[in-house]
Design a protein around this ligand. Structure first.
Ligand code: BTN
Length: 260
C-alpha cells in the first residue's frame, strides 16, 4: 500500500483559500471524476479535492482511457465558478500544472493547445473538465488532472512510447509526488483567485503554448479541422488558418457536459 501522500503533503504546509479546503484520499477509485461528481451533487464545498493512488476506469478527453497505475498523481477538484471564470478554467489549470512542475524540477514544460502539458514534445499531464451547467444553483464543474510522475520507461505502453513521458523519465530521478501536489494545489488556488479578479496572466500562458505556427489537426465536435495554428487570442481561443485560406476560431474553454 502506498503511503498517504495527502498526510505527507500537509506536512510541507498547504496554504490555500479555496482549493483543498477539504481533501478526500483513496487508494483506488474507478475515477476521481466519478467521486468528485458524486460529492458535487451532494453539495460538497467549493475546492473539495479527490485524490486516488490508482484508478480502474480513469478517463481522458474524447472518451479515451487514462491508464492510471500507482506512483503518479490523479486528482479532481469541485468548483462552482462564475461564467467569466469558467471559460478560463482550462487555461488556468494547464498553467498551474506547468508552474508546479517548474517549481520542483529544472524542466520547462509547454502546453499543446488547449491544455496537454508536454516535455520535449511528449505528454506528461492531461486535463479533463466536466460539468453540469443549467444555470441552476447546483451547477458544478469538476477539473481532473493526471500527471505522469514516476512512471518508468518500461511502463509506457509501446503505442505511446513516442508521445508520452513522465517526470521521472525526463529528470532521470524519482520525483516527490507530495511536493508536486502541494505546489499544484497552491498554483491552482492562486490562479483561481487571480482569475476571479479578472487578472488571468494570459501573456504567461501564451508563452507556454507550443502550438503556434504548426500544422495541426483538431477534432472539434464531430469534425476534424486541419490547418496552420496562427494565433491564440486573449481568451485562449485558437485561430486556425484552413487550407482554403479561411480562418476559424476554436474555443479553449471546453467543458464536457455530464450526461445523466
Ligand atoms: C486527457 O488528456 O485526455 C485528460 C486526462 C485526464 C486524466 C485525469 S486523471 C484524474 C482525473 N480522473 C480521471 O478519470 N481523469 C482525470
Amino acid at each position: 500500500m502506498s503511503k498517504n501522500i495527502v498526510t505527507a503533503a500537509l506536512k510541507h504546509g498547504l496554504y490555500t483559500g479555496t482549493i483543498g479546503r477539504r481533501i478526500l484520499y483513496y487508494q483506488r477509485l474507478t475515477s476521481t471524476m466519478d467521486k468528485a461528481t458524486e460529492e458535487a451533487k451532494r453539495g460538497t464545498e467549493d475546492g473539495t479535492v479527490i485524490i486516488a493512488e490508482e484508478q480502474t476506469s480513469g478517463r481522458g478527453r474524447f472518451r479515451r482511457i487514462w491508464t492510471s497505475p500507482p506512483h503518479n498523481l490523479y486528482l479532481s477538484t469541485v468548483l462552482r465558478p462564475s461564467n467569466p471564470v469558467l471559460s478560463f478554467l482550462s487555461l488556468l489549470t494547464g498553467l498551474s500544472v506547468v508552474r508546479a512542475i517548474e517549481r520542483i524540477t529544472h524542466l520547462s514544460p509547454t502546453i499543446k493547445w488547449p491544455n496537454d502539458v508536454q516535455l520535449n514534445g511528449k505528454k506528461v499531464a492531461g486535463i479533463l473538465i466536466e460539468g453540469s451547467h443549467q444555470a441552476s444553483e447546483d451547477d458544478y464543474t469538476v477539473i481532473g488532472i493526471g500527471i505522469n510522475v514516476n512512471t518508468h520507461p518500461g511502463e509506457i505502453s509501446t503505442n505511446l512510447i513516442n508521445t508520452a513521458t513522465s517526470l521521472r523519465i525526463e529528470t532521470g530521478n524519482p520525483v516527490s509526488r507530495e511536493l508536486l501536489l502541494v505546489h499544484l494545489l497552491q498554483e491552482l488556488d492562486s490562479l483561481y483567485v487571480e482569475t476571479q479578479k479578472g487578472k488571468f496572466p494570459i501573456m504567461e500562458w501564451r508563452q507556454t503554448v507550443n502550438t503556434l505556427g504548426k500544422r495541426i489537426e483538431i477534432l472539434w465536435g464531430t469534425r476534424v479541422y486541419v490547418g496552420q495554428a496562427t494565433d491564440v487570442d486573449n481568451r485562449g481561443n485558437l485561430v486556425l488558418r484552413l487550407d482554403n485560406n479561411s480562418t476559424i476560431t476554436l474555443p479553449a474553454g471546453e467543458v464536457t457536459l455530464n450526461r445523466e
